[in-house]
Design a binder for this molecule. Structure first.
Ligand code: ARG
Length: 278
């Protein structure tokens, strides 16, 4: 583990040196005027809302992808990944914590990107574009430990089911004809849905598998019915529709971050080492 850590640090260093050398970040070979001109061109192409800044939105109640630590600081897999991408692309990253319901309304007007464990799907693709997929995560069922009445998807009708509003979990339940609308309990975020589950307000919570596993790690009152998701979903970074330059740059940065081993390091940090203690 130690050696791996140093190795990763070394790779990060090499990557950073590469960035600085590659784009003349500190202006060694360019004078200030030239540098500004280059940056301005870059921004014009990327269509950034604010100079030199990638404004990013997420809903920071989705551990371990985005949340707040004990000091109320934003953190998580998406947070770290986005910062790494920003670094490769040569921009500072600013995060806005917004409700998930309606998060896409501000894409392109209030922020440049949304990285929030967002599933790429056909409906969303009508109004936005996405980076390459960066995570594989379908829906699973979470119940109170020892609850025997739900063994799989087929047992969901007739039960009280919690989901976060506006998510693909919400969609999948709404699309199941056998499930009554009244039985879908909609929460502003998943932590609230889990509290209600533990208190007996619902019979199950439907959510993304990594979030379910993280909850089960820190909360011994709940368990997953199965770790095998019943939907197939991939996360992407949402980009305003038609901004192909942004998609291209994000994908190139994503490839670099993977190549440098940073992506794998983040997987270990947030999905192995992290105990979900927040
Ligand atoms: N993957 C699901 C979706 O795209 C849930 C995302 C929820 N994200 C969040 N940060 N609360 O709808």
């Amino acid at each position: 583990m130690k050696t791996k850590h140093w190795l990763a640090l070394g790779l990060v260093f090499i990557l950073l040196v590469g960035i600085l050398a590659g784009c003349g970040g500190q202006g060694d070979s360019l004078d200030a005027g030239e540098e500004n001109e280059l940056e301005e061109n870059g921004e014009e192409e990327l269509g950034l809302l604010e100079e030199g800044l990638l404004k990013v939105a997420f809903n920071a109640d989705f551990p371990p992808f985005e949340m707040r630590d004990e000091n109320d600081e934003l953190c998580g897999f998406d947070y770290d990944l986005m910062n790494a991408l920003g670094q490769v692309m040569g921009y500072d990253v600013h995060f806005d914590d917004v409700p998930f319901d309606g998060i896409f309304a501000g894409l392109g007007t209030a922020y440049d990107l949304v990285i929030s464990g967002v599933t790429i799907n056909d409906e969303r693709l009508q109004t936005m574009d996405f980076s390459d997929p960066y995570f594989d995560a379908g829906q699973v069922i979470v119940v109170r430990k020892g609850y025997e009445e739900i063994k799989g998807e087929e047992d969901l009708p007739g039960k009280k089911l919690g989901v976060q509003i506006g998510t693909t979990g919400h969609d999948v339940l709404s699309d199941m004809e056998e499930i009554a609308a009244d039985d879908i309990l909609v929460y502003d975020n998943y932590p609230l849905a889990f509290i209600d589950l533990v208190n007996g307000g619902s019979d199950a919570v439907i959510c993304d598998v990594p979030v379910a596993k993280t909850e089960a790690k820190r909360n011994d009152k709940v368990e997953l019915v199965s770790e095998e998701p019943f939907t197939v979903e991939f996360y992407g970074i949402a980009v305003p529709k038609g901004n192909s330059k942004m998609v291209e740059e994000l994908n190139a940065a994503l490839a670099q971050v993977k190549e440098a081993g940073i992506y794998d390091e983040l997987l270990v940090k947030w999905f192995v080492d992290y105990e979900g203690e927040l």
